[in-house]
Write a protein that binds this ligand. Structure first.
Ligand SMILES: Nc1ncnc2c1ncn2[C@@H]1O[C@H](COP(=O)(O)OP(=O)(O)OP(=O)(O)O)[C@@H](O)[C@H]1O
Length: 268
């Protein structure tokens, strides 16, 4: 099948009857149908353990579906990975300990068989606030700094699909805000299809074009909320009535999902 992966377009994501169960009858995803448009940023929010990371890993091709399929720009995640059009950054950044921050970022280019691009590497190091630490090895960085290095590494190949699992999980509040301000314009400019998992409802609303709210496991989509806030989003947007309305809508959907799946008290 011809994919829209070699013309530079941001790929869409299709999940068709996607189902996942782990051994021991752990049903994580009921047949899930989902379409995500190319170039958009979508956030997945849901209670802890509902299956957000599993869904992301299925889309990344790091897990195999029990049934159903994932198509990215019309091809399998494995094909997309081969084409280096897909990049992932997970909670626990697996940086190579013997390479510096710069070395880890450069390696991503090398593995994707892309030419060295010292300027892009330095720009990204600056963007994630690690200037002065380019020659430092991960062991000498804080958790938040390692996370930022991993974000830079995931972006250096200019992937058309970016999958981020709690990208700002280990980052302090100030840096978190800085990244939330700096990264979306870059994703927008590059038209990257971005799917991110976050526990922060505010972050989901601030960063995304669409927020998908999942129920407790087995995960189902209980709400699909469009975020029509104007872009670029100034930090002040978080004080607006519309922002607060959207945060409230996501919180309400989350609570509704928990209520709908909780057995009645007598049955507990
Ligand atoms: N490899 C595995 N083998 C068995 N069970 C697994 C495996 N990976 C995940 N699970 C189970 O699947 C369920 C969903 O896990 P997942 O990590 O996708 O949830 P999550 O929504 O991302 O959670 P959190 O928000 O806490 O990170 C959990 O009950 C988890 O224990």
């Amino acid at each position: 099948m011809v994919a829209n992966t070699d013309n530079g377009a941001s790929p869409d994501i299709q999940c068709r009857s996607l189902t996942k169960a782990f051994p021991g009858n752990v049903e994580v995803l009921r047949p899930l149908d989902l379409e995500i448009a190319g170039g958009e940023t979508t956030a997945l929010v849901g209670p802890s353990g509902c299956g957000k990371s599993t869904l992301l890993r299925l889309i990344a091709g790091l897990e195999t579906p029990s049934a159903g399929e994932v198509l990215i720009g019309g091809v399998s995640p494995a094909e997309m990975l081969r084409d280096a059009g897909l990049a992932v950054a997970f909670q626990d950044p697996s940086l190579l300990p013997w390479r510096s921050v710069r070395g880890n970022i450069e390696l991503a280019l090398k593995l994707a068989r892309r030419p060295a691009d010292p300027r892009a590497v330095e720009d990204l190091i600056r963007l994630v606030g690690l200037e002065g630490f380019a020659d430092t090895r991960p062991g000498a960085l804080s958790g938040g700094m390692r996370q930022r290095a991993a974000i830079a590494r995931s972006m250096v190949t200019r992937p058309r699909l970016l999958l981020l699992d709690e990208p700002f999980g280990a980052v302090d509040e100030l840096t978190r805000r800085q990244l939330a301000d700096d990264l979306p314009p870059l994703w927008e400019k590059r038209q990257t299809t971005t799917l991110l998992v976050t526990h922060s409802i505010g972050e989901a609303v601030l960063l995304s074009d669409r927020v998908l709210v999942l129920t407790p496991r087995p995960a189902e989509i209980i709400a699909d909320i469009r975020i029509e806030l104007e872009r670029p989003r100034a930090p002040a947007v978080t004080g607006s009535t519309e922002f607060r309305r959207l945060v409230e809508a996501v919180s309400e959907a989350l609570a509704e999902g928990v209520r709908a799946t909780k057995p009645p008290l007598a049955a507990q």
